[in-house]
Write a protein that binds this ligand. Structure first.
Ligand code: SF4
Ligand code: SF4
Length: 187
């Protein structure tokens, strides 16, 4: 199962408050899976005896990077910035169950939150500020495998959220995911 990252927002109010989930929809464009990002994401969670092919690939990669570094830092940087992660196959991670922790947590990482390259993430950040605008709230971050907290809202509150998300440029696919992540207690 591919995990979905989402933010759980809890707003306090006199009428009992509002709690809503805002999910992030990855379009699998592969932009965040460059070699540079992979190298910063942590270790591949696999034992050499269990995954000899992956380890052979990693060894070949590090040998190549070592040679490039000897030829000069500029060459090395250019290569890592412009080369896809060796485990990206047809825009899908071929080592998904054992991918590094940084990939696992993306976009909930310092790098993930700073990057401007992921268009869905840019939209997600806009949607998040539209929902939060001018209101104090408790914000917690989850993946779908974490236990979901109950959502609380009235139909009016829910429609207000949707209006704000539309203003922030939410796509129809993202809206469909938003409905799925909030349907549990939807009136
Ligand atoms: S750049 Fe964003 S949309 Fe593209 S694969 Fe990465 S997380 Fe998904
Ligand atoms: S290990 Fe997988 S998720 Fe991580 S950068 Fe490579 S292809 Fe992307």
């Amino acid at each position: 199962m591919v995990e979905t990252f989402y933010v759980h927002l809890e707003f306090a109010s006199k009428s009992g408050g509002l709690a809503v989930n805002l999910p992030f929809l990855c379009t699998k464009c592969g932009v965040c899976c460059t070699l540079e990002d992979f190298l910063m994401a942590g270790e591949v969670n696999a034992k050499p005896e269990e995954n000899p092919q992956i380890h052979a690939k990693l060894k070949a990669l590090y040998d190549e990077l070592g040679k490039l570094l000897e030829e000069g830092e500029a060459k090395y940087d250019h290569y890592t910035m412009h080369t896809p992660c060796p485990f990206l196959k047809d825009k899908v991670c071929s080592i998904y169950p054992i991918r590094p922790e940084g990939c696992r947590q993306f976009p909930n990482t310092p790098f993930g939150m700073q990057t401007q390259d992921c268009q869905p993430l840019n939209r997600f950040k806009k949607q998040l500020s539209a929902l939060k605008k001018g209101r104090a709230c408790k914000e917690t971050y989850h993946f779908t495998d974490a236990s979901q907290e109950p959502e609380r809202f009235t139909e009016k509150q829910y429609q207000k959220c949707i209006a704000k998300l539309r203003q922030a440029g939410i796509t129809e696919d993202e809206l469909a995911l938003f409905h799925r992540f909030n349907k549990k207690n939807k009136p």
